[in-house]
Write a protein that binds this ligand. Sequence first.
Ligand SMILES: [Zn+2]
Length: 145
Amino acid sequence: MIYLEPDNRFTPVCHVCGSQARKVHSQDVRTIRDLTLALVVVRLVCWFRKVYCTKCAQIVVEGLEFVRPYQRVTLRLAQYIHELCKMLTVAEAAEHLGLDWKTVKNIDKVFLEGAICVVTEFSYSASNISTFEEVIMARSSSRSE
Ligand SMILES: [Zn+2]
């Protein structure tokens, strides 16, 4: 498990229109599956903000560059699933990844419909979240005071 928390140095953006949202409504947490590392299933425990977007005039989930709103897999895992489905059946891809076949089918379908652009390069560098190490460091330094 890798724990991710919002970095409050960055203003969250609305996932619908992309505008900066100054007012944070609440926070929630979601476990998101990422690419497997060697034989280890990687799960991100991701805290994210719900914001009030004045342009959309509603409460929305903040936009994160590595996962689509309300999804339980990262974009790069979704892309990997789509690539697997070019070579394997949906059932075989699902078994390979330990995912439900309906999940795999739906992810592949979204790619086939062109709703997701192919991610050619993935980067956490511009992400507005802290890594697990930063969170641990922040917590340990606050405890030692
Ligand atoms: Zn908006």
